[in-house]
Design a binder for this molecule. Structure first.
Ligand SMILES: CCCCCCCCCCCCCCCCCC(=O)SCCNC(=O)CCNC(=O)[C@H](O)C(C)(C)COP(=O)(O)OP(=O)(O)OC[C@H]1O[C@@H](n2cnc3c(N)ncnc32)[C@H](O)[C@@H]1OP(=O)(O)O
Length: 449
């Protein structure tokens, strides 16, 4: 399947059509399946993704006009459907998009994506995925009779981003593809893939991502219905079924959260054994703690950062762009893993990033990062993000980010000291275990922030 996708993507090389209608040009017939949509679809330039989003939402490009622009969006409220049944069903091909990031042919663009080690900034890729995911959802809900969309589509969850075997070069073109794979009443699951042009002139897969986006009303104040989705063939039915299963898995994962339930007996044993291994055998006391060899106390793995959320980082709804938050969290996590492991780490998985609350422009963004689990060369990092308004100084959690890195060398173990840290350790272990499969990253072009 991936090989076929790569081959088809190769056929599309050179088809860089700026600003073209995204559902135009498709020669899709129901029997053909998603691979054939890929063949028929042409790419848009990465810079046009955000332009398209502004166009669809009708937002001002000037911060001074944002209040007026939002007033205008209020009027779109009447265009919202009263029920999901009132909306025509869509097919997966309706939302299918290909986006080209021409790093190979556009050196000006390359600078934005470049690290000092001549690799690609993964944080920038996270931003692009976020914008693409939102555009895919607007394509799904597109109504040709409306000039602007009454929907405000926000990122609710980055369910999973898995890096494939191949690595990223800053000198070769990158291609993203995406489409809606499942819908609920107001939420949509989006599947995205990323490919990079390889020496053999084919696009090789480098990343698979699953996001969940939620539709809100024109002012982003309440939920809004999305068009139903009808799978057209066995491949699409499988994807749709997977979306349904993913929803169930997320609910099960959340309800078993350590914030709600006690750890399992196996987990309790793990923590107790770790605790016993840190007691000083010379004293009969629960208080004398000694760090076992080749280990680090979890409390000593922390890094923190502060950002002021300027208007430049706003999204189309004048809140802080989710991709910006991901980039900041990722870069802090990378620095945490780097200083912990003592060598340059490579990202392997991004997992379960929940966007719980929007971040207002002007807020202070506090990020706090910590290694919470390690195994062999793997480092599991958790980043907690909270915002404070300058006026009230009230702090509020907006996101929790989970990143799995792989270090070049074997890394020390981390040991929790407190009960709270033990829960972080177990949560980190659960996230680590949910990683699809251990990957082998090539060393020639590793992925870095
Ligand atoms: C000079 C130039 C200037 C230019 C200016 C313009 C600048 C342009 C810049 C361009 C940038 C491009 C931006 C692109 C936009 C990016 C998007 C973002 O950034 S967005 C920013 C980042 N994101 C944010 O800020 C979002 C912050 N979070 C929130 O607002 C809320 O938590 C919520 C709305 C996501 C859910 O609210 P809640 O009260 O819980 O809602 P309900 O109970 O009503 O449920 C509704 C549905 O949601 C489901 N569901 C819910 N949660 C989850 C989940 N975790 N997991 C899965 N599903 C979830 C739930 O199952 C239900 O589904 P269904 O059964 O109906 O199908």
């Amino acid at each position: 399947m991936k090989r076929a996708a790569m081959r088809l993507c190769t056929l599309n090389r050179g088809l860089l059509i700026h600003g073209r209608g995204l559902t135009q040009g498709s020669q899709y017939t129901p029997k053909q399946g998603l691979l054939h949509i890929r063949e028929a679809c042409s790419s848009i330039h990465v810079n046009h993704v955000r332009d398209k989003l502004r166009e669809i939402v009708g937002i001002s490009t000037n911060w001074r006009d944002h209040v007026k622009a939002m007033e205008e969006r209020k009027l779109l409220h009447n265009l919202l459907a009263k029920s999901q049944k009132a909306l025509p069903p869509r097919k997966m091909k309706d939302s299918y998009i290909e986006v080209l990031l021409p790093l190979g042919s556009d050196p000006g663009l390359r600078d934005k994506y470049l690290t000092v080690q001549n690799t690609v900034r993964f944080g920038r890729i996270l931003e692009d995925l976020d914008s693409l995911g939102v555009l895919v959802c607007y394509m799904h809900n597109k109504n040709d009779s409306m000039a602007m969309s009454p929907l405000s589509i926000v990122t609710a969850l980055v369910d999973k981003i898995d890096m494939c075997k191949q690595s990223l070069s800053p000198e070769q073109d990158i291609k993203f593809t995406g489409h809606v794979s499942w819908v609920g009443k107001t939420s949509m699951e989006v599947k995205m893939k990323m490919f990079q042009l390889h020496k053999d002139d084919a696009f090789w897969p480098v990343l698979d991502a699953t996001f969940v986006m939620v539709a809100r009303d024109s002012e982003n104040k309440g939920p809004a219905f999305v068009n139903p989705l009808i799978p057209e063939n066995a491949e699409e039915e499988e994807l749709f079924k997977q979306g349904e299963l993913n929803k169930g898995r997320r609910i099960a994962f959340t309800s078993a959260s350590l914030l709600k339930m006690a750890p399992s007996s196996e987990e309790r044993n793990t923590i107790h054994e770790m605790f016993l291994s840190t007691l000083d055998p010379k004293t009969i006391s629960f208080h004398s703690r000694i760090l076992p060899p080749n280990s680090v106390w979890m409390e000593n793995t922390k890094l923190k950062s502060l950002d002021i959320c300027h208007p430049q980082e706003r999204n189309i709804f004048n809140r802080i762009f989710g991709g910006f938050l991901m980039r900041k969290a990722y870069e802090l996590a990378w620095a945490t893993a780097c200083s912990f492991g003592g060598s340059r780490p490579f990202v392997v998985t991004v997992d379960d990033i929940m966007f719980q609350k929007p971040v207002e422009v002007g807020s202070l963004l506090f990020l706090s990062s910590q290694v919470c689990y390690t195994q062999n060369n793997y480092i599991q990092v958790r980043v907690h993000s909270e915002v404070a308004s300058l006026e009230t100084n009230e702090h509020m959690t907006t996101n929790v980010f989970h990143f799995t890195f792989m270090s070049e060398r074997e890394v020390p173990l981390v040991f929790p000291k407190t009960y709270g840290e033990s829960m972080l350790y177990l949560d980190g272990h659960r996230h680590f275990n949910s990683m699809s499969a251990p990957v082998t990253l090539k060393k020639d072009y590793p992925v870095e922030p």
